[in-house]
Design a protein around this ligand. Sequence first.
Ligand SMILES: [Zn+2]
Length: 513
Amino acid sequence: MILENGVVRTMEPTLPLARALAIAGDRIAGGIGTHETALASPDRVDLGGRCVLPGFSDSHVHFPTWALAQRQIRLEDTASLDEALQRVALAAEHAEPGRWIRGLGWRAGDWSPPTEPTKEALDRVTGDTPAALMARDYHSLWLNSAALAHANGDLEIEGGVVERDERGEPTGVLREECAWHFRDTYVRPTEDEMVEASREGIRIAIARGVTSVHDKDGWLGALGVWQRLRADGSLHLRIWQSIPAEQVNDLEALHVSSGFGDNLIRIGYLKTFMDGTLGSQTARMLDGTGVQITSKEQLVEIIRRGGAAGLPVAVHAIGDLANREALDAFEETRAAWQPLGLRHRIEHAQLLAPEDVPRFAELGITASVQFSHAPSDRDLADRFWGAKTGGGYAYRSLWDSGALLVNGSDAPIEELDPWAGVCAGVLRTIDGREPWHPEQRLTLEEALRATTVNPAWLARDEHRRGKLLPGYLADLVVLDRDPLDLPPEALPEVRVVATMLGGRWVHNPPPWD
Ligand SMILES: [Zn+2]
């Protein structure tokens, strides 16, 4: 197959542009003129001036959770507690008997007047049907009395918070480990539900140009979900899978190390958490506030055990102290993991003390960030972090220090939409307001590298994916115009036309006119 009459952006600096692209089997055969004669009577696809880029990677997505969230009560845009309750009431009318009411997306900081949610408020609209509503950042869970009854008062978990009223009764809000333990014990979706939702989710993702994801739902059994989807022919994404750090022994016993798998599904890395989040005010800060989930010493141990099993670590760190301690742990264990070439990552790296910024590049730790978080968190960050936000979402500073950045959505926290992420990285605004900390903007070229080339490197696929070069897998996206030819403010108008995975059109095959 030859794609011709368009703009092909290879993302290879020495050969950035081609007018056409030849594809043979699942690979790129070459630029036009070099290999076209090797293909007997090739299919020709007229790009009609459109632009071809390497397929997009989302480097931080909770895929089955996001896919399931498409079917739940969404509270993201609620302006008050009352509005949230009205929405729950509407869903409660149609709740199936015996099933949980599930929802997500609330953020008390977005409500006016500012109110903390309670079980009593929820009881009024749900009655006896158990309801579990996850906060937008997934670090707080709002439950009604019927839901709380499932735990029989057994709510406390180390590393978590049970919010209580003046009489010591649970208010209905659990945070961090308490929230997750409750969800995992009582509100867990079945594998059938995850498979069904993810099949539809894949269709949405590939329509947005996604060809690979670094998934974070290993703890939820995502590996089983992917294998069922592959078996029925509906897995049209390449998966780099997280595994909970607690399962390192299982992997070691089986001699399964990072990269184990096939062209579609691979075991990637261990996942753990240093702290909470901005929205729940549980990010661990140098000023002494926040919640510690994993100590530096515990992370050192996780890195060592991961290294012994051939697995790198992805550690969630939001606050400036959480990031410092994560970097300290990687530094302390460097002699053990560096000779193994393990590609570690800090997820979010959201608030950094200035002296910690250069340490990512010095240590070779990837900053796995979410460009969309900067403009969508700006008001909360200004409110909770004040003057410190100069070191928040510091993508330009990190890039200039030589750090490797990869971009993800953290879906379902943001929408799974890499192009929206690219625009957010370049524009630092999503709502027509002035850019937030414009000094931290990236160029389009940089934002694209963080969405194509760099994620492939992080998944040890730099010689097979992320660029459009001969011998690489033909994973690509066709855009309706060349974004590098546009003024930045026009970038949000760019549309995905089609997506190819391994030489096969998986979304909207040509012709397109
Ligand atoms: Zn996440």
